[in-house]
Design a protein. Sequence first.
Length: 175
Amino acid sequence: MSRKFRPLRATGPAVLSALLVAIFVAGCGYSTKGRTAKDIKNIYVPFFSNSTTEPNLEITVTESIIENLISDNTLKVTDEDRSDAVLQGDIESFENRPFSFNQDLNAEEYRVIIRVKVSLLKKGTSTPIWKDQTISGDGSYFLETVDDGNTLEDAIAEAIQEITDRILNLTVQDW
């Protein structure tokens, strides 16, 4: 017994839906190519300068950025001689201010805000790939110990992680 094959008829809404999906997929602009030039494979990250009074903050921030770049593995972190680009930065401010208060108007929760200014420069020419980006990160903690609450050190680490994630996104991603 032979069956007759009947082609499906495309109705107006079905054709329109398929066309809209095709246009959306083709034109959404999604890309995973890096923002850095194709010839940049190696990056050097010298210690950031620290314009704050918070001791050793430049060491913690710089080490966190390097760890993030290494984990991402898009660019290889090298010494200055073998690098194609240099990531330079300055920690401009460190604030530790009250964030919430109790009924007696005493501060209970504090917010740490760290602000850095960074530039990614092509080595040799010092041509900016991107320049003078101000990036901030924040974290909060309670003055008195709270179960599962953040400490000052946790809040600083949270702020630094936000900063390093944003720097990584600027350096290697173009969404």
